[in-house]
Design a protein around this ligand. Sequence first.
Ligand SMILES: [Zn+2]
Ligand SMILES: [Zn+2]
Length: 142
Amino acid sequence: MQLKCDCERVEIEFAHEPIASLYCHCADCRSLTKMPVYQGMAFEKKTMNIVKGQQSISSHQFHTHALKRYFCRECGCFLYALNRLGFVTTSAFNFSQEDQGTSQPSCHLFYGEGVIQMDDELIKYQKGSEDLKKQYDDKQSK
Ligand SMILES: [Zn+2]
Ligand SMILES: [Zn+2]
């Protein structure tokens, strides 16, 4: 799967499908997007390859937030963030509609911290990262 920033100076490729595709309700993601909920995908960092535009990537870590954010310094587009478990997370909307379609969200994270209720059938984890890590470890051990 591949993402490009709006000005197309930065191009990033992921060698594998996301570990998880989810809605996140945590304060960090809300702060990142300025939206009540974040629709994101998590990837293993080693599967990420910056195809071009490394010199255009700028990062920021606000002291109270666990997420380190990476942007295109030319167009301001949010590219990805690194979370406290070392996973890369990026917005589902950084990908083409086709790619989004193959990786629909399977759960909600940090639902207990959220500010919006969502009426769907997905699993709603009240907390987040540990649950996600467990889901990932289970997957690996299969
Ligand atoms: Zn750009
Ligand atoms: Zn979050």
